[in-house]
Design a protein around this ligand. Structure first.
Ligand code: ZN
Length: 237
C-alpha cells in the first residue's frame, strides 16, 4: 500500500509509466530476435581471425621448416619395420615382403632366360640386425657415424626393414657383391634395362646427394603399400 501511494504520487501518466517499465523487456525481445544473426556474425568474425593467424608469414615459415625437415638422419629417411606376418622366405636367409615375392622371383626367372644369373644377397633386415651392422662395422672400420651412414643406414632408417628392398649380385661375378664394380656386370646391365618391368627401382643412384651409389640395392614399388612407404623418398629426390 505504501508503495502504491508513492507510485501514485509520481507525476507521470500511467501509460507512460507502463512503457518505461517495459522498455527493458522489449530490448531483450529484440536481442532475442536478432541473436541468430549476431551469432552468425560473431562466428564469421572468429573464422576470419583464425584464417588470418594461419596466413601470417610467421606461421608460414614454421610450416615450411616442418616440410623441409623430412626427418632424415645422416641422409637416411626413417622406415618402420614390416609386420612379421607379411614376411615370406624365398630362399635360405632371404626374407621379403609378400607383395614383392612373385615379381622378384619372376625377374630372376626372366633374367635366366637371357643368360643372366641374379643372386639375392640381402632382403629384409630387422632393425636389430641393422643396429649390429651399423655399429659393429662403424667401430671395425674406425669411421664416424656420418661417414658410415654414406654406405649403411642407421637402425630404423633402412629400406631393408620394410621388406621391399633387395640387394642383388651377379652369380658369375661374386667378387663384385656390394661393390660399385657391380655396375660393370651383365646382371646390372640387364637390371637397368629390365627391372622397371618388374616394378624395381635403383634406390641410391649416382646423383643421390645423401648416400653413396649402390648399384646392387633395388626397391620394389609395385604395390600401393610399397609406394606409400617410399612416397617421401620419391618426393624429395
Ligand atoms: Zn641394400
Amino acid at each position: 500500500m505504501e508503495q502504491n501511494k508513492e507510485l501514485n504520487q509520481i507525476d507521470i501518466p500511467l501509460a507512460k509509466r507502463i512503457y518505461i517499465n517495459n522498455s527493458n523487456s522489449i530490448l531483450f525481445k529484440k536481442l532475442l530476435i536478432f541473436s541468430p544473426f549476431l551469432l552468425l556474425l560473431f562466428s564469421y568474425a572468429a573464422l576470419r581471425l583464425i584464417k588470418n593467424i594461419e596466413q601470417t608469414p610467421f606461421m608460414n615459415l614454421n610450416f615450411q621448416a616442418e616440410k623441409n625437415q623430412d626427418n632424415r638422419i645422416l641422409g637416411h629417411l626413417p622406415y618402420a619395420e614390416i609386420p612379421k606376418e607379411k614376411l615370406v622366405l624365398i630362399e635360405p636367409n632371404i626374407e621379403v615382403h609378400i607383395d614383392m615375392r612373385d615379381s622378384l622371383l619372376n625377374m630372376k626367372k626372366e633374367a635366366r632366360k637371357d643368360g643372366i644369373y641374379l643372386v639375392f644377397l640381402s632382403g629384409y633386415r630387422s632393425i636389430n640386425l641393422q643396429k649390429e651392422i651399423f655399429y659393429s662395422l662403424k667401430s671395425f672400420r674406425n669411421q664416424e657415424a656420418a661417414e658410415r651412414a654414406r654406405v649403411s643406414a642407421p637402425p630404423g632408417y633402412s629400406e631393408h626393414s620394410t621388406g621391399f628392398a633387395i640387394d642383388i649380385g651377379d652369380a658369375t661375378q661374386r667378387e663384385t657383391d656390394f661393390e660399385t664394380e657391380f655396375e660393370n656386370t651383365d646382371a646390372f646391365k640387364w637390371l637397368i634395362k629390365n627391372a622397371a618391368k618388374f616394378h624395381f627401382k635403383l634406390s641410391f643412384t649416382k646423383d643421390n646427394k645423401y648416400i653413396d651409389y649402390e648399384p646392387w640395392h633395388w626397391r620394389y614399388e609395385g604395390s600401393i603399400e610399397a609406394l606409400k612407404v617410399f612416397e617421401s623418398s620419391n618426393r624429395k629426390s
